[in-house]
Design a protein around this ligand. Structure first.
Ligand SMILES: CCC/C=C/C(=O)SCCNC(=O)CCNC(=O)[C@H](O)C(C)(C)COP(=O)([O-])OP(=O)([O-])OC[C@H]1O[C@@H](n2cnc3c(N)ncnc32)[C@H](O)[C@@H]1OP(=O)([O-])[O-]
Ligand SMILES: NC(=O)C1=CN([C@@H]2O[C@H](COP(=O)(O)OP(=O)(O)OC[C@H]3O[C@@H](n4cnc5c(N)ncnc54)[C@H](OP(=O)(O)O)[C@@H]3O)[C@@H](O)[C@H]2O)C=CC1
Length: 286
């Protein structure tokens, strides 16, 4: 982690110059829509896509955060616009596609990075809390996926979707609502990877492990302090680790990949435990 507890993950200055394996024209002529594009992972995806030559459309709920991302990227010479969109509201998602997406000339890649949850023992979830997490992560992601697919069908152009999920098969505890929601996203991604293949649409998921971002503020410092040692590599990942995998699978380099979920998690899908609520006594060693 960084020294400043309020500054989590790579900032704009770092993202503007971070070395990359991709060429500066890897996404030339492409337009990329990133939901949650001013957040930690979405922001890194946007920077990388922009540095590879793509035009960017960023969305989020917080206008101030979006403005700061747009300003930083514009100052670096990237072509970027930001729009306030709550992915839980299908009508605002439809407006995004009918308005800014269409006016920009369409998109080639949709990255769904908007999402999140709160740590709590599942037995204590309120109905409202459960519904908030399911609505945000499963329904919200679906509204974006379906709107993008309709856009590509109606404009007779191919497309690619990358959904940011979580590692669902092993080791992430205290967020059962999000495991349920993201398992749903993985399931529907596999289903529509087949249904939408005739439309030239690929659909994949990236499952990050512990990636240091401002989103970590929802977890107690004691819980966060354990995250780096929750995988065989004994380190937290960076947003750049995720951004490069998103651009690989979402871009032409992943052109023969669809219906996949790729764990970019330091091996935490195989070994290690992330207790977002702290490890209960029952599971303490010895
Ligand atoms: C390495 C570890 C893995 C890391 C993974 C990551 O993804 S990290 C990065 C990912 N980034 C993030 O995760 C970003 C942070 N997460 C969020 O922004 C939100 O958790 C949200 C997006 C899920 C909900 O957004 P929203 O605006 O819809 O929600 P709202 O605020 O209006 O609440 C609705 C209801 O939910 C309930 N409830 C909510 N919080 C708590 C809590 N702490 N405690 C208990 N309950 C809580 C409560 O019932 C509340 O209603 P109430 O009782 O207040 O009437
Ligand atoms: N960081 C990590 O360790 C991991 C993260 N992930 C997942 O990766 C994704 C990105 O997380 P990360 O960048 O770390 O977190 P951040 O909290 O930094 O970013 C998430 C972004 O999602 C946006 N968002 C949330 N809900 C909505 C909504 N209803 N409508 C529109 N935008 C919304 C937020 O925008 P705004 O602030 O404007 O509301 C925020 O900028 C999330 O799905 C997260 O759960 C998965 C595994 C691990």
């Amino acid at each position: 982690m960084t020294d400043d507890p309020m500054k989590l993950g790579l900032d704009d200055a770092a993202l503007a110059v971070h070395p990359t394996v991709f060429a500066a024209d890897a996404l030339a002529g492409k337009r990329v829509l990133v939901s949650g594009g001013a957040g930690g992972i979405g922001r890194a995806v946007a920077w990388l896509a922009g540095r590879c030559g793509a035009e960017l459309i960023l969305t989020g709920r917080d206008a101030g955060k979006l403005d700061s991302a747009v300003q930083a990227m514009t100052a670096a010479g990237l072509q970027v616009q930001g729009h306030v969109v709550d992915i839980r509201k299908p009508e605002t998602v439809a407006d995004l596609f009918a308005g800014p997406v269409t006016e920009a000339g369409g998109i080639d890649l949709l990255v769904n990075s908007a999402g999140g949850q709160f740590p709590q023992a599942a037995i204590d979830f309120s109905a409202k809390g459960w519904n908030a997490v399911i609505d945000n992560n499963l329904n919200g992601t679906w509204h974006m996926m379906q709107a993008a697919a309709r856009h590509w069908r109606d404009t007779s152009r191919p497309g690619s979707i990358v959904n940011i999920v979580v590692v669902v098969e092993h080791g992430l505890y205290g967020v059962a609502h999000t495991i349920a929601a993201r398992s749903g996203v993985i399931g529907v991604s596999r289903a529509v990877a087949v249904e939408w293949a005739p439309l030239g649409i690929r659909v994949n998921c990236i499952a990050p492990g512990a990636i240091e971002t401002p989103g970590w503020r929802v977890y107690a410092p004691e819980a966060r302090a354990t995250y780096a040692r929750s995988n065989p590599m004994m380190r937290a990942g960076t947003t750049w680790d995720i951004a490069e995998s998103v651009i690989w699978v979402g871009g032409t380099s992943g052109g023969y990949v669809t219906g996949e979920t790729i764990n970019v998690a330091g091996g935490s899908q195989l070994w290690g435990e992330t207790w977002t609520t702290g490890r209960p006594d029952w599971f303490q060693p010895g």
